[in-house]
Design a protein. Structure first.
Length: 269
């Protein structure tokens, strides 16, 4: 029996043999839960940095939103699923997130356990992003290299703003953009380096995003050349099929002519 890797990492989703309603709701909630999981990024950065009180308050609200969203999703999916035990087993990471986030919010854990809860949230973000990239990968490949480079440019601009806000040694947006580029491309010239915990976490995220974008560019270019070869082969195949149709039509006409020629002689005999 083949077990999908998503099952082992706690993102198995709805079982293939579950009911249709559960599969439909999984598709509907996918984008929403990805957006909710992305809230873990500012939460992690704010937890690691020294920010004003209003930022800390906003982060506390995000904690509650994340906890409430994952709890409601789990409860609802358990309600619509006809294989509840299988759903829990295939999505155990969501349960871990809910437990650690809840205990942390109510002040029942501290020290290493709080760090574990944050690490689990970041792990969930990474895994959900991987699932999102796999879902959008075919669209990116179909539209070609310009879309991928456009996405890379947009991410670099946003990352430049992020480094400008998080890193005290970055004194201009241009420096932030440069640090985003050298981080995402893993060049690392050393003229600018992240020095705070928040900017270092952000740099790690940029490195992972850079690897993903480089993989997409490579896949897009490969798909382009493979697609050109497939297009040429399809054209040749269509030409061969048209030639065969013409030959079959010619044979049928010849057969019909021979039958007409033989018909009078058979009648006369």
């Amino acid at each position: 029996m083949t077990v999908h890797i998503g099952h082992w990492i706690g993102l198995g989703g709805v079982a293939p043999d579950d009911n249709r309603t559960a599969h439909e709701w999984e598709k509907r909630l996918d984008g929403i839960m990805i957006a909710i999981a992305l809230m873990s990024l500012p939460v992690a950065l704010a937890d690691a940095g020294d920010f004003p009180a209003w930022v800390k308050a906003a982060v506390g609200s995000l904690h509650w939103i994340i906890l409430l969203a994952f709890t409601l999703e789990l409860v609802w999916m358990m309600h619509v699923s006809s294989r509840r035990a299988a759903y829990l087993a295939r999505n155990w990471l969501n349960v871990v997130i809910i437990v650690f986030a809840g205990l942390g919010l109510f002040g029942l854990v501290s020290g290493v356990w709080v760090a574990s809860a944050r690490a689990a949230r970041l792990a969930l973000v990474a895994l959900l992003l991987a699932r999102a990239l796999s879902a959008f990968g075919s669209t990116l490949i179909a539209r070609g290299v310009p879309l991928v480079f456009g996405l890379a440019f947009l991410i670099s601009l946003l990352a430049g703003v992020g480094f400008y806000m998080l890193e005290p040694t970055v004194r201009s947006f241009g420096d932030g953009l440069w640090l985003a580029f050298v981080s995402g491309s893993t060049v690392g010239y050393g003229d600018l380096v992240p020095t705070t915990t928040a900017s270092r976490i952000f740099a790690v995220i940029m490195v992972l995003v850079g690897f993903s974008l480089l993989s997409m560019v490579t896949a897009t270019i490969s798909a382009f050349f493979i697609g050109e070869d497939e297009k040429r082969l399809r054209q040749e195949l269509h030409q061969d099929i048209r030639g065969l149709h013409a030959e079959v039509r010619s044979l049928r006409e010849e057969l019909g002519r021979l039958r007409k020629e033989r018909a009078p002689s058979d009648g006369g005999g």
